[in-house]
Design a protein around this ligand. Structure first.
Ligand SMILES: C[S@@+](CC[C@H](N)C(=O)[O-])C[C@H]1O[C@@H](n2cnc3c(N)ncnc32)[C@H](O)[C@@H]1O
Length: 421
């Protein structure tokens, strides 16, 4: 197989793995899970014969969940963390997300829902939440992110835990963990959570999880750039009800640098070989990105002069033009405004363009089968707020053995119920 074909096959497999565990994929392809692992690690080449089946698997929404363990999806957004835990064999039993547009995207992708999406988590009592093995929560990062903090400071408003609305949502997570005592949890947030308020915020969070709730807690800042062509550092906090030998260092995160993912892997090909999975929403009939994504002369002129002004003052300004060999800066929820942090070059003489929402989805590692039923503005916000899905798959794979062990030991220690006739 040519190197290019091998790389393309690797990408198709990686996308399929966002949807299914190795075991599930093995079942779907009629291979064994060890063989899938060998393809993934590059120990043996992916046979060309399985490519059509793999492509078909990627093109349709995930089928069912095997349900080796159950989980709840809090602050669910569009379900990025859910995808990772479903791929590791989990089944979602409860969702909370209050934004109606995010709910729309979530429902379009996880529809035929076995449960309704609950709204404001502060209004949800533990009795409304089914028992579960794992609690997932990417609680809102705005009070902790640098942008959020400086904006709130500028307005003379409190931030972090002092902020009486968004900052306290962590305590809603803690309240639910205390009441439901899941075997494990995974919390996700911005890297800046660690240093916020000179480390006090994070100390309170760890103290609550470890001392008050008695969980064994393991945290790590990981760059999503190991998995997608985007620099995106996030903190992952894994907790286990029973002491667990869990170790983030067990992760075989590929080193970034040469050979890692590049933007060319996620950009529309624009050479006529890509059919628009979104039926003409992003590509014209010749397979070129629709002109509406190209910056107008006015906006491009404005961004250039703004960047120049800041450069002269010695400040950096986030106007970055990238090409297929680059790695993008962090996609933010404000990308819809001017797209300035990631502009795709169209050559020196032509204005750059924004990423399309489909490219944003890919930049976050969502499979092409993921449906985008909302406007571009909403979609940009939703992907900018979401997670790097393959990183979630990775976290879920690492946590899975300890989740199953905790489940098994709980089953062993619970008294055998006499049969009722
Ligand atoms: C950082 S985003 C999480 C995104 C998610 N991990 C994903 O993959 O899309 C936080 C989410 O929490 C939601 N949210 C904020 N406050 C909430 C509340 N009180 N109840 C329910 N959802 C809330 C926001 O609408 C937002 O979608």
């Amino acid at each position: 197989m040519e190197t290019a074909d091998r790389a393309a096959a690797g990408h198709v497999l990686a996308r399929a793995r966002v949807l299914y565990s190795q075991r599930e994929l093995a079942g779907l392809l009629d291979y064994n899970a060890r063989q899938i692992a060998r393809w993934e690690s590059g120990q043996s080449p992916i046979p060309m014969a399985v490519l059509p089946a793999l492509r078909e698997i990627c093109a349709r929404p995930r089928q069912g969940g095997v349900g080796d363990f159950t989980f709840v999806d809090l602050f669910a957004g569009i379900g990025g963390i859910r995808l990772g835990f479903e791929a590791a064999g989990g089944r979602c039993v409860f969702t909370s997300e209050w934004d109606t547009y995010a709910q729309r995207t979530y429902a379009a992708n996880f529809g035929g829902a076995d449960h309704l999406i609950a709204g404001d988590i502060t209004k949800v009592g533990p009795g409304d939440i089914p028992d579960h093995d794992v609690l997932l929560a990417g609680f809102p990062c705005q009070p902790f992110s640098i942008a959020g903090v400086s904006k709130k400071n500028a307005l003379g408003r409190p931030h972090g835990f002092e902020c009486t609305t968004q900052g306290t949502l962590f305590f809603d997570v803690a309240r639910i963990i205390a009441a439901k005592r899941p075997a494990a949890f995974l919390l996700e947030n911005v890297k800046n959570l660690v240093s916020h308020d000179h480390g006090n915020t994070f100390r309170v969070i760890l103290d609550t999880l470890q001392r008050e709730l008695g969980y064994s807690v393991h945290w790590r800042v990981i760059d999503g750039g190991h998995f997608v062509p985007q620099h995106r550092e996030r903190i992952l906090i894994a907790g286990f009800r029973n002491p667990a030998g869990f170790d983030w260092n067990a992760s075989r995160v590929r080193a970034t640098g040469r050979g890692g993912p590049r933007l060319g892997d996620i950009l529309h090909r624009e050479d006529g070989t890509e059919t628009d999975v979104d039926e003409g929403r992003y590509l014209d009939r010749r397979g070129r990105v629709q002109p509406k994504y190209v910056l107008t002369d006015r906006l491009w002129g404005y961004l250039q002069s703004y960047a120049e002004k800041h450069r002269a003052k010695g400040n950096g300004f986030g106007c970055t033009v990238v090409g297929p060999d680059d790695i993008a800066r962090t996609l933010s929820a404000r990308y819809y405004k001017d797209g300035s942090e990631i502009l795709v070059s169209r050559g020196r003489r032509r204005n750059p363009r924004r990423l399309t929402p489909r490219e944003c989805a890919r930049l976050m590692g969502f499979p092409d089968s993921f449906r985008i039923p909302v406007s571009d503005t909403r979609a940009y916000k939703q992907f900018g707020n979401s997670v790097v899905v393959p990183l979630m798959c990775h976290a879920a794979e690492l946590m899975r053995p300890w989740i199953l062990e905790a489940k098994a030991s709980a089953a062993e220690s619970s008294p055998v119920q006499p049969a009722l006739f």
